[in-house]
Design a protein around this ligand. Sequence first.
Ligand SMILES: [Zn+2]
Ligand SMILES: [Zn+2]
Length: 145
Amino acid sequence: MSDVLIRGSCLCGKIRFEIRDKPLFMSSCHCTRCRKAGGSTTVAVHAEQLRWLKGEDLVVRYRPEPPYHIVRCFCGRCGTYLGEPDPGARGFPIAAAALDGDPGVRRVLHEHVAERAPWYEIDDELPQFPGHPPGLGGDGPAADE
Ligand SMILES: [Zn+2]
Ligand SMILES: [Zn+2]
């Protein structure tokens, strides 16, 4: 364990959290669902890395209709997308936009580029995957295997 501590918060500031140690990686998902949620770029963390500092009771969990299954979290007051912090999961993505500090990792890939918005230009040389990359989860009918 290092003493790296990355703070995060929502727009209204009622929710604050911290991530201990550097996240595993950062990635961008171009699927329509991440896009609408407002959280295309996320950092992946182990569950034990996340600690709520305040406002956990304000976290609203949106549970989608099947076949979608990913529970997405927002601030119930200002609507900031926080990612998919699931207390029962071993790890999950946290919205990079909610971070206040530098997570120390940079984007390593683009996923679901087949659903990319026509106005979004990918201007880097990172690997692109039409769906979710092998070994990584995703939201959708094929993601529960
Ligand atoms: Zn808020
Ligand atoms: Zn997505």
